[in-house]
Ligand binder design. Structure first.
Ligand code: AMP
Length: 303
């Protein structure tokens, strides 16, 4: 059955110490669905404006992403502008233009309400809630958000979180959401808001997963050249959810493997601007990197 995702489809303008691009393909749902499509079927719900070209849509269709739920509305496509310094772990948002998302209310196409795996990618928590109200009983509801919504729509976000099984956010967002500087205590506070599992993305330092009873740590794949971190989080979530949906399993070992697949997917995205690296990616490369990450932390059983 695959995954249903709602999130942004965007034009991004990004500056890193290594280069600059304007109005390239981006958006949380775009990165997520491309990444997840390496593992399972994806159905995307979002909106673009009249200015959005066909080529990226053809690309998503070529990855077998179902675009029945992608609406084209009068007006301009969502735009995000960001900048990274030498510390590539944290983006500085320079500009966010919601544009067509300001008037958007998601309406799920027929059949989408039976979604088993739902990912509420980074977008207005009120829109995330509108999708939650239209689905029947997903096996797994996961969610992402960012400082923009934690600051601007905190109440709506807290409501959404009550209905979420797994929250996937970065380290700074975890501290900000919990209003607590210590990450472990912050994680406990976030778990008390509703999610049973919290996945904390820590850029080049990897991922920490918290549940009530356990903590799991996965490293990021060590890369010699990180070009542009934009989309790493969404790509992570796509690999993570994609693997869970493909295996249809939710035991701890599968969840841990899903986290490593997510990290592997993110490691490709950051090697180029926009979705350029994902566009060239082969499944065999994913498997190869997964094997290398496994060896990276193996300190027992070597002879
Ligand atoms: P990340 O994976 O966290 O690097 O997410 C990057 C993507 O998030 C970019 O492609 C942006 O278009 C998108 N984005 C940035 N700000 C927002 C926002 N406020 N709501 C939805 N999507 C956003």
């Amino acid at each position: 059955m695959g995954i249903l995702v709602i999130g942004s489809v965007a034009f991004d303008s990004v500056e890193t110490p290594f280069g600059k691009v304007d109005d390239v393909l981006g958006g949380s749902a775009t990165y997520f669905s491309t990444s997840a499509s390496f593992f399972t079927d994806v159905r995307l719900v979002a909106v673009v404006g009249e200015d959005f070209p066909e080529e990226p849509l053809d690309f998503l269709r070529s990855r077998k992403v179902d675009l029945t739920g992608l609406k084209r509305s009068p007006g301009k496509t969502f735009r995000w502008k960001g900048k990274y310094g030498f510390d590539l772990n944290e983006a500085q948002t320079l500009d966010t233009q919601l544009n067509v998302f300001e008037q958007f209310h998601p309406e799920l196409p027929a059949g989408y309400e039976d979604a088993e795996y739902l990912f509420l990618a980074n977008i207005d928590p009120e829109l995330q809630m509108e999708v939650l109200q239209q689905v029947r009983r997903p096996r797994l509801i996961a969610c992402d958000t960012m400082n923009f919504w934690i600051e601007g729509k905190r109440e709506a976000l807290i409501k959404t979180l009550k209905r979420v099984d797994t929250l996937v956010i970065n380290e700074g967002e975890t501290r900000q959401l919990a209003d607590e500087p210590n990450l472990v205590r912050a994680a406990r506070k976030v778990l008390a808001m509703g999610p049973k599992t919290l996945v904390v993305k820590r850029g080049e330092y990897g991922v920490l997963m918290f549940t009530e009873h356990s903590i799991f740590s996965a490293p990021a794949y060590p890369l010699e050249s990180v070009f542009d971190p934009t989309g790493a989080g969404d790509t992570f979530a796509g690999g993570f959810m994609g693997y869970l949906a493909a295996t249809r399993s939710d035991d701890e070992a599968t969840i841990r493997r899903a986290i490593v697949f997510g990290s592997v997917m993110a490691s490709f995205t950051v090697e180029d601007f926009s979705l350029d690296r994902l566009r060239r990616l082969q499944y065999s490369e994913i498997e190869e990197r997964f094997r290398r990450v496994k060896l990276l932390t193996d300190f027992e059983g070597l002879s």
